[in-house]
Each structure stands twice: as C-alpha cells, then as structure tokens.
Design a protein around this ligand. Structure first.
Ligand code: FES
Ligand SMILES: [Fe+2]
Length: 426
C-alpha cells in the first residue's frame, strides 16, 4: 500500500484499493470460531504492547501481565544488566503460577532479587535461570540449568515494551512497526511520567470498541460537548484532514483550535476552574517545536494524531502536550478488557496536578459515552437480524482497514493450517 497519500480528488478510501468500498461483514466480531482462529493467527503472532519502561525503573522491577487471549500469564522484568525480559509465569517444577499475590489471576508488580515459587520453593534469577531446587539430590537426572523459566520474545521501542508469543516472530519489532510508526520514537514519551490508568471489562468483541476510536464520524452526535460551539449549533459533521495506512497499522489526524481559545464554552464548571478538560490541560507544556513522527500529513491546526498499532494498541498524541494509550484485550469472542492510560509531563505545581486530574476524569466521562453503546451493538450484531452487510463511509476508512487486516491474518493462518494438515495427511 502507498504511504503518505494525498487525495487530490475523490475519497480517502479509493486511494487504498486493497480495502475496497463494499459492504463490511461483522461476522468477525460475533463468531466464536473466528475468535478461536484470531487468537492463534493474530495474538500469538503479532507484537503486543504489555507496558512501558517507566513501570520497570530499576533492576529487579517486574510486573505480570495476564494474557487470556493467548492462554498465558507473563512476567516482564528488568534484569541485573538493565535489559527488559519476558517469561511465561510458570514454575518449571509442577507448573505452579510463579508470581502472584492475593489472587492468582490478579496482575501484580514490584521489585525482587529473584522469584521464589510459593509451592516448593524453587527459585529463579532475573534472567530466568533456575538457581535453587529444594532437596535437589532427591530428583532423578535433573539438570536445573535446563529448567529455567520459559522465555518469550521481548523488545522495547520508544519505551513501549512489546512481547511476541510466536516461536520465531516473522519480523523484528521495528520491521513490524514499519515506517509510519517508528519515526514517533523521537517524541518525548520519556518525559510523560505522570500517568492515570483506567481498566474496564466490556461486554463486546474487542474490535467493536476499538472501532469507536478510529473514526470521528460519531463525535458530533455521541459527544456533542466535544464540538466547538459553532459546529454544534449548526450540527455540522466533522471531517478529519488526514488518514494514512501502512501495512496492518493505521492513523488519522484531527485538527482544531486550542481549547483555551474558547474558554466560555464548557461542559462543567470544573473545566473553567482547573483550565482543563477532555482535551487535556489548557496551559500547554513546552515540549519543543519539533515532535518527530507526529502530524505526518502536515495538517494546519494539528490537534491530535491517532496511531492504531496492529493489533490492539492505540497511541493518541495531543498537540497540546500529552498522550493517551488504549489497549483492547479479548477475554472471549464477545467480551474484552479495555485499558486506557493518560500520560502527562511531571506536574510541578498543584494547579498543574489539578488540571491533569480533571483531564483524567473527563476522559472517563467520554470513554463511558463510547462504552455505553457497546453491549447493545454486540447484541444487535449477534441477533443477525440486520443481515451482515454494513455500509462504511469514507471517514470510516480505518474501521474498514482494521477488519480487513485482521481478516487477512486469519485467512493466512487458516491457509497454512490447511497446508500443514494436507501435507501431514492429518
Ligand atoms: S511447583 Fe514450583 S516449586 Fe513446585
Ligand atoms: Fe467516541
């Protein structure tokens, strides 16, 4: 697919003939069979973002990540040399979950010198090596050097920690991210050390919620408070000025005027009091003039870049000096766990802190407006009463491309499974 298209005429969608303009099926969001294959084809083959390096500040810092979609739990840890590593969270003796606290299914984090199994006390170093076996001489032919934790491919890009569950990932992380995403590594992500985390269990397929964050067609109607007063009064639609696709990844840019320039229009008095709101603090931090990788379309009045990194990570960069991530983790074919995190530069004053907290609260308000629609959509789609041909507009190019990309990965997987079955005669 072409990079950096500029439609001089016609639609954005027509510049990407691979995705077509036909009606789109949502069977991929309601079929348990499709989901079973999607787990193998997508979540066990793609690079998945599981956290940020700020969560691993020193050697011995770790966190666990429950990946129901891949049927495993991971330990992500910074080793003595400072390298970030990932392992399956399983003791090699008899399979006990190695790292957990009160409840085995709850994610935990902390700092340790080594990991000790709660069952019979086997120990593992930060590099995964098995360092101690209780009553080792009573075992038969056990070479504990061969019984380290099972490693998972792990790499870091721009401070984002990714894992890949494939035996041999077909591409390195950088190759996978490609030329549209990697230039963002010059953005000062490392300065955004104030974070606010939200997490919710949602009654819909993960792709249904992800779709809500890759088009702005719904904004004037579902979130009228986000529109400028003039646009709202006229109830005009919103048009994003730039879309771009690269491999399985997508991005859209939105433009707009800084929120501080229309201070009289607000939803809640707290926005005026804190000079903040959904669009973030109105008094912007100085991040320098050059923010690499952002605004690839060179849009005037750039406001937001919304990078959708396949399969389930979104990085949303605000021109006003902060960023958001969304992650969508399937827990079944019609449920998922949503994680939304806001990242700001360090607050130096109480008012900066209040502004950041107000932005976090407003984010929740708007995310709930989106989330409120989802269980109904899932039920409606599952009823199949409206058929299976859904029309998507030009502004929904990224929705179209996303389902196309997931479908392509699943088809490839099915083809290679079929080829294996045929060649082995099983
Ligand atoms: S299962 Fe971990 S030490 Fe026995
Ligand atoms: Fe929305």
């Amino acid at each position: 697919m072409a990079l950096y298209p500029k439609p001089a005429e016609g639609s954005w969608t027509s510049h990407y003939p691979d995705v077509g303009t036909g009606f789109v099926s949502y069977e991929d969001s309601i079929s348990p069979e499709f989901h079973a294959d999607e787990r193998e084809a997508v979540f066990k083959r793609a690079w998945l973002n599981v956290g940020r390096v700020e969560e691993l500040p020193r050697p011995g810092s770790y966190f666990t990540k429950e990946l129901e979609v891949a049927g495993t739990s991971l330990i992500v840890v910074r080793d003595k040399q400072g390298e970030v590593r990932a392992f399956h969270n399983i003791c090699r003796h008899r399979g006990n979950k190695l790292v957990w606290q009160d409840y085995p299914r709850e994610e935990v984090s902390g700092t340790v010198r080594q990991f000790t199994c709660k069952y019979h006390g086997w120990r593992y170093g930060l590099d995964g090596a098995c360092t101690f076996v209780q009553q080792e001489s009573e075992f038969f032919d056990l070479d504990k050097n061969a019984y380290g934790l099972v490693p998972v491919h792990c790499d870091v890009w721009a401070g984002f920690v990714f894992v890949n569950l494939a035996k041999e990932p077909p591409q390195s992380l950088r190759e996978f991210l490609g030329p549209m995403i990697t230039p963002l590594e010059g953005y000062p992500f490392d300065r955004m050390t104030e974070r606010y985390d939200f997490r919710a269990d949602i009654d819909c397929n993960w792709k249904i919620f992800l779709d809500a964050f890759q088009e702005y067609y719904h904004v004037p109607f579902l979130h009228p408070q986000e529109a400028t007063p003039a646009a709202r009064d006229k109830m005009t639609g919103f048009e994003a000025p730039h879309y771009q696709l690269d491999g399985p990844h997508r991005m859209v840019t939105a433009d707009g005027v800084p929120r501080r320039l229309w201070p009289d229009d607000f939803q809640y008095p707290i926005e005026i009091a804190t000079r903040s709101g959904l669009f973030g603090p109105w008094d912007e931090p100085d991040l320098g003039a050059d923010l690499p990788g952002t605004n690839p379309g060179k849009v005037k009045n750039w406001a937001i870049d919304n990078f959708q990194i396949f399969p389930n990570l979104e990085i949303l960069v605000w021109a006003s000096g902060w960023y958001l991530t969304y992650r969508f983790w399937p827990t079944s074919h019609n449920t998922h766990r949503f994680e939304g995190t806001l990242f700001f530069p360090k607050a130096e004053t109480a008012s900066q802190r209040a502004a950041q907290e107000c932005a976090a609260v407003m984010f929740k308000e708007f995310a709930l407006q989106d989330a409120g629609t989802l269980a109904g959509t899932q039920e409606g789609l599952e009823s199949r009463a409206a058929g299976d041909e859904f029309p998507l507009s030009d502004q929904e190019l990224l929705v179209r491309h996303f389902h196309h990309a997931v479908g392509t990965w699943v088809e490839d997987y099915r083809r290679s499974r079929e080829a294996r079955t045929t060649s082995t005669g099983v």
